[in-house]
Design a protein around this ligand. Structure first.
Ligand code: SF4
Length: 392
C-alpha cells in the first residue's frame, strides 16, 4: 500500500523531533562519523548482527515536557516551539521512509507531557500501527517512560525488539543534581527492573538497555562502572550507553564544561572489558579521583599497572589470560588457542594472521620463550619492558 502524507508541516516536525532525539544515545561514539554520512537529521547509524551498520529512524513522539531536568533541551522552562506527532502521523511517516529504503528500524522516545501513562500510550499506539497496519517486521527500540503503567509496559514488550529506561545517573544523590522531579529508586530503577524481569520471562530480540549522562553530576568513572557491572550481572542488561554531557543554551547547565569525547570513549572501552573480557570494575585502572586514564585505553592501563602478569607465553597461556593482553581480542585469542593445538603459533606473522595487533601485543608476550618488543620503539619498549618485568 502506498503511503502519502499531505500535511506540509510534517517534515518540519520530523526535522525538529529527529534532531532532539539525538540526546538519547544508542550507539558507540565512533558511529558519529557514520552519522555525518546519513542524509537526514533523524536517521542514525546503528549496529546490527555481525557489526553491520543499519539506518535507524530516531524520533520523539513529542518535545513537550512537564519535567525540568537541568541539562535537557526539552525542559519545561526552556522557551521554544513545542510539537507532537499523533500516532497515525508518525506511523505513516516512518513507513514512508522505511519503504523508501531510507530507514531500516525505528527508535521511538519522547519528552513527558500529561503524565507518563498518557505518553506511553501514544508511543505504544504508534508502534502498534507500524506493526499491525503497516506490517513492519523490522527492528523497533521503544523507550519506556518512568512511572508508566505496568500493563502498558507488558503490552510494549509484545511490539518492541528492545525496551529501555534511562537511569541518567549512578545513584539517587547524583540524579538529584540533574533532575528535580525524578525519583531514582521508585521510578527509574523500579521501571528498569520491571522491564528486565519481563525480558527474563520472555526474552526480547534485542534485550533491555539504559543510558547514563556523563559529566554534570560530578560522578566518577568508577561509580559508573560499578553500576554498569551490577546491571549486567543482576538485571541481565544488554547494554549501558554513556551519553557525554553537552551544555545547551538556556538551561541551568549552559556554563558547565562538556564531557570530553575521550572520557566517553574510555567508558565504552572499559564497559567492553566488563562485558566481554572478564574484568571486574575494581580491576580497572582508575586515578585517585576514581577516573579512567584518558590518554590510553583501559586494557593497556591495566596491563602497565600489572607487570607481574607479563610477559605471557602465548603457546601455553590460558584463554582468559590471553584476553588480558593489549592487542589480543576475543577472536584472536580463540584463534591462538585453536592454532597452537595443531601446528603452533608461527611467530609474530602467525599472530598477525589471527588479527592480533602485533605492534601492541609484542611488548607483552613471549613466543616459545622469545620476547620481541616493537623494533620502531625498541628503546622505549625495552625501557618499558625493564619497568614492566623488573621483578621477574
Ligand atoms: S523528563 Fe526527560 S524530556 Fe523532560 S526535561 Fe527531563 S530529561 Fe528532558
Amino acid at each position: 500500500m502506498a503511503v502519502y502524507i499531505r500535511k506540509s508541516d510534517l517534515s518540519q516536525k520530523l526535522r525538529a523531533l529527529g534532531m532532539e532525539a539525538k540526546f538519547d544515545v544508542s550507539g558507540y561514539p565512533a558511529l558519529l562519523s557514520a552519522k555525518r554520512r546519513m542524509r537526514f537529521s533523524f536517521i542514525y547509524p546503528s549496529v546490527g548482527k555481525g557489526g553491520r551498520l543499519f539506518p535507524l529512524f530516531k524520533v520523539l513522539q513529542s518535545n513537550a515536557c512537564d519535567g525540568n531536568c537541568y541539562y535537557c533541551a526539552n525542559r519545561k522552562e526552556r522557551e521554544f516551539r513545542r510539537i507532537r506527532f499523533s500516532p497515525s502521523e508518525l506511523a505513516k511517516l516512518f513507513t514512508r521512509y522505511y519503504r523508501g529504503g531510507v530507514a531500516q528500524g525505528l527508535f521511538l522516545s519522547s519528552a513527558i507531557y500529561g503524565g507518563p501513562t498518557k505518553v506511553e500510550e501514544e508511543m505504544l499506539e504508534t508502534v502498534r500501527l507500524v506493526r499491525e497496519r503497516y506490517d513492519f517486521k523490522g527492528y523497533i527500540h521503544l523507550k519506556i517512560i518512568p512511572g508508566a503503567d505496568d500493563d502498558l509496559i507488558a503490552e510494549a514488550a509484545k511490539f518492541a525488539d528492545r525496551l529501555s529506561i534511562n537511569l541518567e545517573a549512578p545513584s539517587p544523590a547524583h540524579l538529584s543534581r540533574l533532575s528535580p522531579s525524578k525519583d531514582y529508586t521508585s521510578q527509574l530503577m523500579r521501571g528498569l527492573e520491571r522491564i528486565a524481569t519481563l525480558n527474563k520471562e520472555s526474552p526480547l530480540k534485542a534485550g533491555v538497555t539504559t543510558q547514563l549522562v556523563v559529566g554534570p553530576s560530578g560522578e566518577a568513572d568508577r561509580e559508573l562502572m560499578e553500576l554498569s557491572h551490577r546491571l549486567y550481572k543482576r538485571l541481565g542488561l544488554w547494554r549501558v550507553y554513556y551519553s557525554g554531557f553537552t551544555p545547551l543554551r538556556d538551561t541551568p547547565f549552559e556554563d558547565l564544561p562538556p564531557c570530553s569525547k575521550w572520557r566517553e570513549t574510555r567508558l565504552y572501552q572499559a564497559d567492553f572489558l566488563l562485558r566481554r573480557y572478564g574484568f571486574s570494575p575494581s580491576e580497572l585502572p582508575y586515578d585517585k579521583e576514581g577516573n579512567l586514564p584518558q590518554d590510553m585505553d583501559p586494557k593497556l592501563g591495566w596491563a602497565l599497572a600489572h607487570p607481574e602478569r607479563f610477559p605471557l607465553e602465548v603457546e601455553t597461556a590460558p584463554f582468559e589470560e590471553l584476553l588480558r593482553v593489549p592487542g589480543i581480542g576475543r577472536i584472536s585469542a580463540q584463534g591462538i588457542v585453536k592454532v597452537r593445538r595443531k601446528e603452533g603459533i608461527g611467530g609474530l606473522e602467525g599472530l598477525r594472521k589471527m588479527r592480533v595487533v602485533v605492534k601492541r601485543a609484542r611488548n607483552f608476550i613471549t613466543i616459545k620463550g622469545k620476547f620481541s618488543p616493537s623494533p620502531q620503539k625498541r628503546e622505549k619498549a625495552v625501557n618499558e619492558q625493564l619497568f614492566l618485568w623488573e621483578e621477574l
